[in-house]
Design a protein around this ligand. Structure first.
Ligand code: FE
Length: 196
């Protein structure tokens, strides 16, 4: 299980040992959870949600009103995605997600967080200089586009709904989902235009 730092790793192992010792948890269960998030749950879940929102305006409206409930319609959510707020990018506003306190992330929608998301540099700079951070990920936003930064917590996690790329009118939902990168749902990237 990827961990923020050595101290966290140590604490995790201590808690895990205690729970196993008390008979509240077995090693098999811990391994299965870790493996599930490593192999079975990934950004494709979030991508399906985004593609549906691009093609179904009523779903999009429900998603923005109550992200958790709308995602549950697609069977997406669960552990560490109990309360997800979805924020939509527009030509006027670009959204960026971080967690200044630790590394809260919507696991049930995007899988395991990337290591940069957990780094102290990203967490501090996303708030202080979001435009520079986004540019370092290769995204040049128009100067007129405002950037809104969302600070995740244990209670609320955020998912960015990226803008639908141009030239995607004829695409099916599955093809659209393939254009939705993990980073585009955190705000450090954009959805990929077809053929790129
Ligand atoms: Fe956190």
């Amino acid at each position: 299980m990827p961990l923020a730092n050595d101290e966290t790793a140590l604490r995790m192992r201590a808690i895990e040992s205690l729970l196993i010792e008390k008979g509240l948890l077995t090693e098999e269960v811990v391994d299965r959870i870790a493996s599930t998030y490593e192999h079975d749950i990934g950004p494709l879940r979030g991508a399906r949600v985004v593609a549906r929102a691009w093609t179904d305006p009523t779903f999009r409206a429900r998603l923005l009103a109550d992200g958790t409930a709308a995602m549950a319609e697609l069977g997406v959510g669960g552990f560490v995605a109990e309360h997800v707020v979805v924020v939509a990018n527009t030509p006027e506003v670009h959204n960026l997600v971080t967690c200044t306190l630790c590394s809260c992330y919507p696991w049930g929608v995007l899988g395991l967080p990337p290591s940069w998301y957990k780094s102290p540099e990203y967490r501090a700079r996303a708030v202080r200089e979001p435009r520079a951070v986004i540019a370092e990920f290769g995204v040049e936003l128009p100067p007129a586009t405002a950037i809104r930064v969302w600070d995740s917590s244990a209670e609320v996690r955020y998912l960015v709904l990226p803008q639908r790329p141009d030239g995607t009118d004829g695409l099916a939902e599955e093809e659209l989902a393939a254009l939705v990168t993990r980073d585009s749902m955190v705000g450090t990237g954009l959805a990929v235009a077809p053929g790129r």
